[in-house]
Design a protein around this ligand. Structure first.
Ligand SMILES: [Zn+2]
Ligand SMILES: [Zn+2]
Length: 424
């Protein structure tokens, strides 16, 4: 049988790359804790209604990209295409919408979308997201952006651009849609096929279209002019606060984000090093979503960041990738040529108890072969205890980088090696 392969749009993360992932995740958890966020873990699949009811039936994620299937009980199930809907579902299910007060969640993990795979677009990809429930304050929006900027800084991502817009409240939505329809209706026939449909179902999404003719036709439409006074004031406060916090941003009256649930503030972080899929992440306010999904009215704001894209942006930002030397799995290899392999297993246990990563030789083979293997695997230190060493009552400790080695009396080898490791 010919060897099996991973499905298109999915990938294996091998250990050297996994080291970079872990570093990125550790940085994220540290920063999130600093900002008072706690982790929530929701299932990777949900009843499909969780997503259709929140993202909107017309959203592209729902119509074209969701992995939908019937489980054995005939239930309609979907692999989660994004994180917010599940978090809101859990928030309501556990009665947190009734508790009042402020809740700060983050999540990190795989999402699934049946898209045509390309650079920066995978069918299984990973997102980090945050959701803050219980505040409608514009200062909360600014504070969430402060967190986003601190994450990017912690990940050593430079050269990003933050784009900001206001999509208005529920009451403004009709006016905004009317404005878009009025501007585009004379040119309706010139829109792309998808946008012809969007014109009826969801005209705001035309502003998102990647087709250049649609972009040209919708050029100059400013959704923020159609929002009400209160929303304008909210947006003004967000912008002013970002200015005072020295967070650079650009107003983009055209940016509407892919999803229906956004209200008021919407934002996107783009990065030039990512190619056509240039968004590192985005988010905004979704003041109606908790109520829409059957909970109490609780205002909320959040964002999600694509972690594969963060790694790509790190590569194209100067220095970051080169600085990330892969950590080796273990520091010490214990070689046992001519002595009992079981003894070797006991010695590595002594090392591990002291917190020193170590692996023992497990094969019956000559010392030379063992050292070659240790070199290949990248061990920094090798402890040698062969027949000769046993007769002399010593252990040999060898530094693989400098090729220097020393004989240590057997009672002292552990302490001496520990000292050498602390120095290296
Ligand atoms: Zn409004
Ligand atoms: Zn279009």
């Amino acid at each position: 049988m010919s060897p099996l392969k991973a499905l298109g749009g999915t990938s294996d993360i091998l250990p050297d790359e996994a080291d970079r992932w872990q570093k990125m995740e550790e940085t994220a958890r540290r920063v999130l804790k600093l900002h008072g966020f706690r982790e929530i873990r929701t299932p990777l699949f949900e009843e499909s209604a969780v997503f259709t009811s929140s993202l909107g039936e017309a959203a592209e994620i729902v119509t074209k990209q969701m992995y939908l299937f019937e489980d054995r009980g005939g239930r309609k199930v979907a692999l989660r295409p994004e994180g917010t809907a599940s978090v809101v579902r859990a928030f309501i299910e556990h009665g947190l919408d009734k508790s009042g007060g402020l809740t700060r969640f983050y999540y990190m993990g795989p999402m699934f979308r049946a898209e045509r795979p390309q650079a920066g677009r995978r069918r299984q990809f990973h997102q980090l997201g945050v959701e803050v429930f219980g505040s409608a304050s514009p200062y909360q929006d600014a504070e969430v952006l402060l967190l986003l900027v601190r994450l990017l800084k912690g990940w050593d991502v430079r050269g990003w651009v933050l784009k900001l817009n206001s999509l208005g409240c529920r009451q403004d939505r009709e006016a905004i849609i009317e404005q878009v329809r009025a501007k585009l209706s004379p040119h309706r026939q010139k829109l792309c096929e998808d946008c012809q449909v969007r014109f009826e179902k969801n005209p705001l999404r035309i502003l998102d279209c990647k087709e250049s003719r649609c972009q040209e036709l919708s050029f100059g439409i400013d959704v923020s002019t159609a929002v009400c006074g209160a929303c304008r004031d909210h947006f003004e406060k967000v912008s002013r606060t970002l200015g005072r916090l020295k967070i650079p941003f650009e107003k983009d009256p055209h940016m509407v984000r892919g999803l229906d649930y956004y209200t008021r503030t919407a934002f996107e972080v783009i990065h030039g090093g990512l190619g056509a899929q240039n968004a590192l992440g985005g988010g905004g306010r979704y003041d109606d979503l908790v109520e829409l999904m059957g909970g109490s009215p609780v205002p909320a704001v959040g964002f999600a960041v694509g972690l594969e894209r963060v790694l790509m942006a790190q590569e194209t930002s100067s220095g970051a990738a080169q600085g990330a030397v892969a950590d080796r799995a273990a520091a010490v290899f214990v070689s046992t040529a001519g002595s009992d392999i079981t003894d070797g297993l006991q010695w590595v246990e002594l090392l591990r108890e002291k917190g020193i990563p170590a692996v023992a030789n497990l094969e019956e083979r000559p010392l030379k072969r063992q050292l070659e293997q240790a070199d290949k695997w990248g061990f920094q230190w090798v402890v040698i205890r062969g027949e000769m060493e046993r007769e002399k009552g010593v252990f040999v400790v060898k530094n693989m980088a400098s090729r220097s080695q020393e004989e240590i009396p057997e009672k002292m080898w552990l302490n001496v090696l520990q000292k050498r490791l602390n120095r290296s």
